[in-house]
Every structure is written in structure tokens, then in C-alpha cells.
Design a protein around this ligand. Structure first.
Ligand code: NDP
Length: 335
């Protein structure tokens, strides 16, 4: 197998020197094990967190260990009764071309007739489920309410906005640049798309939400959150899903401490601000698969993938993802 390991921990933005490519020889599968060929590797913002030490919701990747990651793989040899050569599976097999895993650890088998297998890493997998669960459990958009979401052309944001539209909400998407905004307002069918890099972004956002904001699905933090805060309605819900604007930051930003102001707003506007990790809601996963399967088959949910080729491109892909250079669900095609 060819694999990419964490060579060193980044200081701020990751660089190619934080990664190292290696070769290794895999043993034959033992009892219960399955040998996989990874076909797609998912690149996701959470991977930046795994590169750091310290307490988080998941353990860091150790120096010298293979980078973590979800994959769509083909079974090339199996000593597990549930899997046969040629099966497509959703795995967490990391940044490598091949992997030996316990069959019991495999997340699910994939049927290419139901949806393209790559979607198991995007709209029909973890990011899509994140959108579904965050809305179902926390955001709860109602017909006629206004929902705002950033990173709107990515797999989480795109799905959030489209599910909220299906629920009858008015949806404002925020994305970086004209091409992404055109996609968000066009193919994805959001009511409004706004470029967070526009110098007058905060005023444009205010104008786009004449009735205020009832649900802010928090994907980014930073300047977008600052523009959203004063526009939140009483009893607004804020599922805190991700803060990608901050993942490369080192230490606290300069400037006055505005935490008391934030807490006062949470109190006086009766806000529900709740962090979540999609794995908090395993009981909801079957309903997600059923609903999303139906929506995809009916063409009710659109999705966009951004596919780069070759394992050696993965570090640059992740660095670019954190800076908004991907356009859609970022995947590395390995075969
Ligand atoms: P995306 O494919 O949308 O990639 C991240 C995007 O974030 C970039 O493309 C960029 O888009 C945007 N971005 C980066 N920096 C900034 C910034 N400073 N201000 C505004 N936008 C910025 O990623 P995903 O859809 O996979 O993930 C979206 C969020 O959801 C992330 O925060 C991620 O960590 C989180 N997440 C949380 C999960 C959970 O269980 N809680 C599970 C999965 C994801 P643009 O060019 O439009 O700015």
C-alpha cells in the first residue's frame, strides 16, 4: 500500500511538509478481516483538527500514523462472511491505497444502483447526515422561517439549505465567490446567495433577511457569524456544526473580549446555541438513509463533487479545502 502519514503537527495553516508519503506491505487477511482497495478518499475539514494535539471530540492522529479518513472501497479479499470480493463498502480506511480492516468495522455495503458510490462520502453519507441531523435535532426550520447557512456550496451547507427548502423555509446561502454563489442560487435553488468576501457583506445580509434569522446553521464562525448575530430573532436556533474559519488559527484573535456581549445576546434573545457532532444521533441514521435515498432518486436534492486524482494530491487538497479552494464535496480518486 501507498499511504500518507502525519509527519509533523502544523503551526497554523498546514503545509506539504506536515505530511509524508510511504510504502508498506500488507499481510494477507486473517479471520474476520477484509482487504480493501480504496477508490475514493474523502477530504473533510475535521482532518485539520486531527492534526493537532489536545482535547477534542476525537483522538489526534499520532505522528507517523496514517491520516484518518473515510473511504469508498472495493473488497479485494475477504475472510469475513459478510463481505465478498468485488463488494463496494463504506470504510474509514484512511489516506492509503489499500487497507486491511476488520469486517465488523465496515460501516455499510454500497449498492451502485441506488446512488453513485462516491455519494456515500458526501450527500448520502457523513456530511449529508450532519445536515439532516443538525436540522432535525436542533435547527428545526419551520415553513415560512428564515434559515442562513455558510459554506453553502459544500456538502453540509448545500444539503442543509435544500432540506430546509423542502421544509418550507426561506433559505439564504453564503459562499466564497461568484461561481459558488451562482451554483447556490441556481442548481441548489436557495432563495438568495451572498458572497462573504464582498466588502459590504454584512449590509447585504441584513437586506436579505427582512424578517430576521430563525435558524443559523453554523459552519464557519468568523466574520459570517459576526454579521449574523445582530440579525437573530428571539428563540432562534443555532446548531453549531463547524467553525472552519478558525481551524488554522493559533491562539486567540486580537481585540476586545466580546464574550460577555455574546452571552448577553444568547440570554436576551432566548437563543438555543447547541454544538453537535453527527455521531451524537445514531438512531436517526436509518431515517436519513431512507429520506435521502428518496430525495436523490426523485432529484429533489442536488449535489456537486470536486474530484482530484491521486493520493499524492491529498495534502494540497486538504490545505485548499480549508481556504475555500474546493467547489463541492472534495474527493480524491485513487484508482
Ligand atoms: P466544505 O466542502 O464546505 O469546505 C469548507 C468550506 O468552508 C470552504 O470550501 C469554504 O467555502 C468555507 N470557508 C473556509 N473558510 C471560511 C471563512 N473564513 N469564512 C467563510 N467560509 C469559509 O466543508 P463541509 O461541507 O464538509 O463542512 C462544512 C462545515 O461542517 C465545517 O465546519 C466542518 O467542520 C463541519 N462539519 C461538522 C460535522 C459535525 O459532526 N459537527 C460533520 C461534518 C462537517 P467558501 O469558499 O464558500 O467560503
Amino acid at each position: 500500500t501507498t499511504r500518507i502519514v502525519l509527519a509533523s503537527r502544523p503551526q497554523g495553516e498546514p503545509t506539504p511538509a506536515n505530511f509524508r508519503i510511504e510504502q508498506a506491505v500488507l499481510p494477507d487477511p486473517g479471520g474476520g478481516q477484509v482487504l480493501l482497495e480504496n477508490v475514493y478518499l474523502s477530504l473533510d475539514p475535521y482532518m485539520r483538527g486531527r492534526m493537532d494535539e489536545g482535547r477534542s471530540y476525537a483522538a489526534p492522529v499520532a505522528i507517523g500514523a496514517v491520516m484518518d479518513g473515510g473511504t469508498v472501497a472495493r473488497v479485494i479479499a475477504s475472510r469475513h462472511p459478510g463481505f465478498a470480493e468485488g463488494d463496494w463498502v463504506l470504510a474509514h480506511a484512511g489516506w492509503q491505497t489499500h487497507a486491511l480492516v476488520d469486517g465488523a468495522s465496515l460501516r455499510r455495503k454500497l449498492d451502485p444502483a441506488v446512488a453513485p458510490v462516491s455519494t456515500a462520502l458526501g450527500v448520502y453519507g457523513m456530511p449529508g447526515f450532519t445536515a439532516y441531523a443538525g436540522l432535525h435535532e436542533i435547527g428545526k426550520p419551520q415553513a415560512g422561517e428564515t434559515l442562513v447557512v455558510a459554506a453553502a456550496s459544500g456538502p453540509v451547507g448545500a444539503t442543509v439549505g435544500q432540506i430546509a427548502k423542502l421544509r418550507g423555509a426561506r433559505v439564504v446561502g453564503i459562499a466564497g465567490g461568484a461561481a459558488k454563489c451562482a451554483h447556490v442560487a441556481g442548481e441548489l435553488g436557495f432563495d438568495v446567495a451572498l458572497d462573504h468576501r464582498a466588502p459590504d457583506f454584512a449590509e447585504r445580509l441584513r437586506a436579505a433577511v427582512p424578517d430576521g434569522i430563525d435558524v443559523y446553521f453554523e459552519n464557519v464562525g468568523g466574520a459570517v457569524f459576526e454579521a449574523v448575530l445582530p440579525l437573530l430573532n428571539d428563540f432562534a436556533r443555532v446548531p453549531v456544526c463547524g467553525l472552519v474559519a478558525h481551524y488554522n488559527e493559533r491562539g486567540r484573535p486580537p481585540g476586545p473580549d466580546r464574550l460577555p456581549e455574546l452571552m448577553a445576546l444568547i440570554l436576551s434573545r432566548h437563543l438555543t446555541v447547541r454544538g453537535f457532532i453527527q455521531r451524537d444521533f445514531p438512531a436517526l441514521y436509518p431515517a436519513f438513509l431512507a429520506d435521502m435515498g428518496r430525495w436523490l432518486a426523485a432529484g429533489a436534492i442536488a449535489y456537486r463533487e470536486d474530484v482530484i486524482h491521486g493520493l499524492e494530491q491529498a495534502p494540497a487538497g486538504l490545505i485548499g479545502l480549508l481556504a475555500g479552494r474546493n467547489f463541492g464535496k472534495l474527493l480524491v480518486k485513487l484508482v
